[in-house]
Design a protein around this ligand. Structure first.
Ligand code: NAP
Length: 493
């Protein structure tokens, strides 16, 4: 295994993301031998912590993963803390000195990964100072990992991008969309490009519609303040869902490498039909959860959640029909759906094939057979299933549905690398395949902005779905109008 060499500087080193995701992911990479002797981590935030205290925190975050205390202590000894207010230019010189020292101590070859695990309002300031204060090295690599959200509309995203690009080149920027780190999302390419039966049918001649559901069973919990200014459209559709759409819709790339895949994803996103106001009203619906009591468990009304405005019109649910105006997909609706406080947690993609033109198994040949449906389960369980028609055992010619299913065992799933672990390793390898390029971000915002603008001009009647349901009635009606229904309709947990 090739050892990776780098100095990580984590801005927001005391924060939730760093503790819950980044330190455990770095530890897993360490355990697997990708990180060995030649790595160091600087954690930085305003809090005045000592190195010792910081290491204790790091040890705490990996407590469930460690087998030997010695090993954990050795890992934590690579961590250093620097108190720093990112708006204060002075502090970057202290940071630079520490970087230089660690670079020499651990022989890090001037390889830098800057991870901005903090509010996007600081991204521009940090990158500006990193450049001004000459923290960007000339010899090793300099990579910048940034968290979502990348802007709140096209304009703000473009401004942010300009600020960052003043210090880092596009190929040095790794915009995280943690969905792209998921094993089964990466598996979409395998389903399509490693199986003749699917790729040959992956078009409007054989596919009737595609459904993508990202369903969350929890409400906003502690994130009410952030969520109320964002909503499901910006929080889930602009990034995760449109990324999944682009992976499903793109043309086969010439190779499975970052540049080639991005090129095709960008082309797919450019083919998204940007809606008029009237089309938004026809093709997109929104919802907000209301209180409910199911199985003795009471859920709050969204407007009663902590840090949420009592008259909030923020949507906690979105469903929509996405149309892709190109030769492969003309006429095939991609239905998308995401929401909070829904009946069951899960992400799945259902590819519904066209029904047989004639049903030889019914007396007058008119009653439609059930369609074949390929389902890709993304989370919590990973796997596939394929719905087929088969003949019912016994006399007569009745058919019944058969489901070929492969779900990864809990053990395989738990061994599949955590998204952040995969993404950090990709960044260490300089592989940007599973990060979003600016052109993808820009195109996604352009698609989402018209929906937002249309919605912002109207006052919705919220709440319009009870918690622990699968969303508002208008979401079912959206498909019914086209003669379809949501394939995934969990009854209860
Ligand atoms: P958080 O817990 O609020 O952490 C923010 C960090 O920024 C803290 O370490 C804070 O530490 C530091 N900070 C704030 N102001 C600062 C300043 N002026 N100078 C230096 N440090 C400052 O936020 P988070 O949940 O970790 O989220 C970080 C980013 O990741 C956000 O962009 C978020 O949208 C994104 N994200 C988070 C998650 C998640 O699961 N948490 C998931 C996806 C994306 P001090 O108070 O000590 O300064």
């Amino acid at each position: 295994m090739e050892e990776k060499i780098a100095l990580f500087t984590i801005f927001g080193g005391t924060g939730d993301l760093a503790r819950r995701k980044l330190y455990p992911s770095l530890y897993r990479l360490y355990k697997k031998g990708f990180l060995n002797k030649k790595f160091a981590v600087i954690g930085t935030a305003r809090r005045e912590w000592s190195d010792e205290y910081y290491r204790e925190i790091v040890l705490d975050t990996i407590a469930d993963l460690t087998e030997s205390k010695e090993d954990a202590l050795e890992f934590a000894s690579h961590f250093y803390y620097q108190a720093h207010n990112v708006t204060d230019a002075e502090h970057y010189s202290t940071l630079k000195q520490l970087s230089k020292k660690l670079n020499d101590t651990y022989q890090l070859e001037d390889n830098h990964i800057y991870y901005l695990a903090m509010s996007p309002q600081f991204f521009g300031t940090i990158t500006e100072h990193l450049k001004d204060q000459e923290l960007i090295s000339d010899t090793g690599f300099n990579r910048l990992i940034i968290e979502k959200p990348f802007g709140h509309d096209y304009e703000s995203a473009a401004t942010l991008n300009e600020q960052i690009r003043a210090s880092f080149k596009e190929e040095q920027i790794y915009r995280i969309d943690h969905y792209l780190g998921k094993e089964m999302i990466q598996n979409i390419s395998a389903v399509r490009f490693a199986n003749t039966i699917f790729e040959s049918m992956w078009n409007n001649r054989y596919i009737d519609n595609i459904q993508i559901t990202l369903s969350e069973s929890l409400g906003v919990e502690e994130r009410g303040g952030y969520y109320d200014t964002s909503g499901a459209l910006r929080d889930m559709v602009q990034n995760h869902i449109l990324q999944v759409v682009s992976l499903l819709a793109m043309e086969p790339p010439i190779e499975l490498k970052d540049e080639a895949i991005r090129e095709e994803k960008i082309k797919a996103l450019r083919s998204l039909r940007i809606y008029s106001k009237e089309e938004v009203q026809k093709y997109f619906v929104r919802g907000q959860y209301g209180a409910s009591t199911v199985d003795g468990v009471t859920s709050l009304d969204y407007r009663e959640e902590k840090n949420v405005a009592p008259d909030s019109t923020t949507e906690t649910f979105v469903a929509g029909k996405v149309l892709i105006d190109n030769f492969r997909w003309a006429g095939v609706p991609f239905y998308i759906r995401t929401g909070k406080n829904l009946r069951q947690k899960g992400t799945q993609i259902n590819i519904q094939f066209k029904s047989m033109p004639l049903n030889l198994f019914s007396d007058d040949h008119t009653e439609a057979l059930e369609p074949n449906v390929l389902t890709i389960y993304i989370q919590p369980t990973e796997g596939f299933s394929l719905q087929l028609n088969s003949k019912k055992i016994g006399p007569g010619l009745e058919t019944e549905l058969l489901n070929l299913k492969h779900k990864n065992s809990a053990e395989t799933s738990s061994n599949s690398p955590e998204a952040y672990e995969k993404l950090i390793l990709d960044c260490l390898n300089g592989d940007a395949t599973n990060f979003t390029h600016w052109d993808e971000v820009a195109q996604s915002w352009k698609f989402v902005d018209v929906i937002r603008d249309t919605w912002d001009q109207e006052t919705p009647e919220f709440p319009n779905y009870p918690s622990k349901s699968m969303g508002p009635v208008c979401s079912d009606e959206l498909l019914e109008k086209d003669g379809f229904k949501w394939f995934w309709n969990p009854k209860s947990n």
